[in-house]
Write a protein that binds this ligand. Structure first.
Ligand SMILES: *[C@@H]1O[C@H](CO)[C@@H](O)[C@H](O)[C@H]1NC(C)=O
Ligand SMILES: *[C@@H]1O[C@H](CO)[C@@H](O)[C@H](O)[C@H]1NC(C)=O
Ligand SMILES: *[C@@H]1O[C@H](CO)[C@@H](O)[C@H](O)[C@H]1NC(C)=O
Ligand SMILES: *[C@@H]1O[C@H](CO)[C@@H](O)[C@H](O)[C@H]1NC(C)=O
Ligand SMILES: *[C@@H]1O[C@H](CO)[C@@H](O)[C@H](O)[C@H]1NC(C)=O
Length: 431
């Protein structure tokens, strides 16, 4: 009787934990998936007790710090394995989409990360994973563990082949993860990717591995983008909803169909040594109408050191190398006259008077992206304090990388078109 009650409870609990609340659940259609912020009111993963404005901003910043450390470790030129890229992955991902895995399919709300190739799926029986968000391989007729010695197994770091299946251990921030490499069909909206290779997580210690698993949208060899190339031709776009929004109309659109035709684009740069990342050529920054005086070296793309500018969805606030940030900030302050400056955590340019800087423009080769205030000011709920929502690269991180982050991308459609080597940006109200 007890065990019956227990399993009923699990069955009831399972769909609640895996699904969006009904009013949030707009169906994924065609090749378009709903994308939402992990802390949005629709997300089952959001923290229950809403933090104060200051606390939530400070928390996002501290996660950014870990994220920037991770990205810097990627560009610092460590050997990069296609799955589980890099030794430390520290940040908590910010946006989630619905993925269906196996036959019959099991629904998981997975974190998307445009700077990673990894796909980590918490598998049933996983020790240390969140039990509410697991994939059960034994219930899928199309699940296939991958053997030792197969081509995929040679691409993970230190595979352990004591058993017949390909196993490997890796770390993810403070989590130590033990996985087996496996294949199964993955369905995204109504499209099926047959035989998708991912890491089935068996053991996880620490707190860094996201409960929801991770879907890497980087451009490296074993990422979703590369594995689904015949279906989606390595083309996708996304529009990120505001992290504060009640709305949930952000979307991830896969494949070349129904992508915006009229969109500004800039060449996408490929760095073979940092194969996951989406590099672009940032050339200058305008505060209002004035082009800020920044040494060109702050922006130079260098495949060897990894220096340059990337678009990333896992970092919240845009991070610029010190000389670039200082120049932008000083011009911003100059425009504010002698209004009193305060600080908040890592933000050093906050005001309690209305901010008079109307726009900030990122000037990429071939494309100027002019951001409205909502994309560069973080405002307290009470509206009394606004901060310039960008930061200089942390001091003790090898800071050669400029990161155009999600706060600056909200309510814009970002198009990644790998065959034509283009990154596009267009304003779109998606939250
Ligand atoms: C999964 O793939 C197998 C072939 O490996 C196929 O027979 C099956 O129909 C697929 N299932 C789904 C849900 O697409
Ligand atoms: C991998 O991790 C598992 C679980 O923590 C452990 O039992 C195993 O010994 C580890 N294998 C290697 C090769 O480190
Ligand atoms: C949500 O979307 C509706 C229209 O779709 C809009 O009227 C409303 O202002 C939006 N709410 C927020 C908080 O963005
Ligand atoms: C600067 O501050 C002084 C004294 O507080 C004030 O009189 C003046 O109008 C301010 N200037 C600007 C440009 O805001
Ligand atoms: C970007 O703006 C500058 C003016 O600040 C202009 O000279 C340049 O032609 C613009 N670039 C594009 C691609 O529109």
């Amino acid at each position: 009787m007890r065990s019956l009650l227990f399993s009923v409870a699990i069955i009831l609990f399972f769909p609640i934990a895996q699904c969006l609340t009904p009013e949030c659940d707009t169906r994924d259609r065609g090749s378009t998936l709903q994308i939402l912020h992990v802390n949005s009111p629709c997300s089952p993963f959001r923290t229950e007790s809403p933090l104060s404005w200051e606390h939530s901003v400070l928390q996002m910043q501290s996660k950014d710090y870990a994220r920037l450390q991770y990205l810097s470790s990627l560009v610092a030129g460590r050997s990069i394995a296609p799955i589980a890229s890099g030794r430390t992955i520290t940040q908590n991902p910010t946006y989630i989409v619905r993925a269906k895995i196996g036959t019959p399919s099991q629904t998981l709300l997975m974190a998307v990360d445009t700077s990673n190739d990894a796909a980590f799926v918490p598998c049933a029986g996983c020790v240390g994973c969140s039990s509410s968000a697991e994939f059960d391989p034994s219930l899928s007729s199309s699940f296939k563990p991958l053997p030792c010695g197969g081509p995929q197994c040679s691409q993970v770091p230190n595979p352990s082949c004591g058993v017949t299946t390909c196993g490997y251990n890796t770390t993810y921030g403070n989590s130590a993860i033990s996985s087996t490499l496996a294949q199964d069909n993955v369905t995204l909206a109504t499209d099926s990717i047959v035989g998708y290779t991912f890491s089935c997580v068996r053991t996880s210690t620490g707190t860094s591995l996201p409960a929801q698993g991770l879907l890497g949208l980087g451009r490296g060899p074993l990422s979703l983008v590369t594995q689904s190339n015949s279906l989606y031709q390595s083309t996708f776009s996304y529009c990120l909803p505001s992290y504060k929004s009640n709305n949930f109309t952000g979307s991830l659109r896969l494949g070349p169909n129904s992508q915006p035709k009229r969109i500004k684009t800039s060449p996408l740069l490929r760095n073979p040594r940092r194969s996951s990342l989406y590099y672009v050529n940032l050339m200058a920054i305008r505060v209002g109408r004035r082009v800020v005086n920044i040494p060109p070296s702050a922006f130079t793309f260098d495949p060897t050191t990894g220096a340059g500018t990337v678009f990333d969805s896992g970092t919240v606030f845009t991070s610029l190398v010190k000389p670039a940030y200082t120049a932008v900030r000083d011009e911003f302050r100059r425009r504010m006259g002698n209004a009193t400056i305060s600080t908040l955590g890592g933000f050093d340019t906050c005001y309690t008077v209305p901010v008079t800087v109307p726009t900030i423009t990122f000037m990429f080769s071939g494309m100027n992206v002019t951001l409205p205030q909502d994309n560069f000011l973080i405002r307290s709920t009470a509206g009394t304090t606004s901060c310039l929502a960008m930061a200089g690269a942390p001091d003790n991180v090898n800071s050669v990388l400029n990161v155009i982050a999600s706060f600056q991308q909200q309510n814009h459609r970002i198009l990644i078109d790998i065959p034509n080597s283009k990154l596009g940006v267009a304003r779109e109200a998606c939250s």
